[in-house]
Design a protein around this ligand. Sequence first.
Ligand code: GA4
Length: 322
Amino acid sequence: MAVLSKPVTEPKSGLSPIPVIDISDPESKNALVKACEDFGFFKVINHGVSAELVSVLEHEAVEFFSLPKSEKTQVAGYPFGYGNNKIGRNGDVGWVEYLLMNANFDSGSGPLFQDLLQNPGTFRKALEEYTISVRKMTCEVLEMITDGLGIKPRNILSNLVSDQNTDSIFRLNHYPPCPLVNVKINGGKNVIGFGEHTDPQIISVLRSNNTSGLQINLTDGSWISVPSDHSSFFFNVGDSLQVMTNGRFKSVRHRVLANSRKSRVSMIYFAGPALTQRIAPLTCLMDNEEERLYEEFTWSEYRSSAYKSRLSDNRLQQFERK
Ligand code: GA4
């Protein structure tokens, strides 16, 4: 199926400008803040997440996606479950199949495919261990960010994610090789894996295999490719963190281009707050005369409005203060 996007701008050549942050060094806190301000995006190394854990989960994901379609569609569902080509409910499509699930295993609402696989226990265990470990790393990063911002308490952001009612989700994406990738359709539009969008949550943590495709949008409007790196994690600021920092951090637009030769497998942890959490600019971060750029909302309100939108919409616009 051909899936269309706006014409693709060629990425800038040369060395990648994407900030690389060593989180084993507490001094990285200032570089982290700068990355969130300048790009809303950074790569994390020395993260402490076990490579074994990652590879077990990737193996399970590959096994799942190689099942016959008739089996995968047995766990199709909305919002959680298997999906193919359709993204969300409002007409967006992409060259992608995926599994979306609740990442809060504490809430007892883990994934829904227990009966599907030959060895469902292994898949579930890998998912649970991975999300627990990635959540821990995410909390460390958020605490380094608060240190870098010079605000207290240092768990003011990490608490949102470690809350027992956290509304965090986990996504496994499989982008099969796309034979149409170099074919220009409808006047030069290209096939897209996952269309441009921002993430509604606080922060998202992506890990992929060594197939490229991810691009981010810079503040000057140009797109750059993110060189793949299977042993690192890529973080992107979400809309909610943009609001909490009163626009100081950028919720980065990103997209995935289809690849003509190789499969891309990515795993993304979307760290979200509890549904009742109020999202508003943090007063401890604002100067005396600074104006609040956003109206306050609860995560539940924002999530429902986001899920009614199209992928590429500017979802924060309606919450901007006039
Ligand atoms: C983008 C971030 C996450 O992948 C996601 C996506 C969700 C979906 O795939 O169902 C949305 C998209 C995402 C934002 C706008 C709405 C909802 C698709 C869509 C068109 C799971 C999420 O939380 O928001």
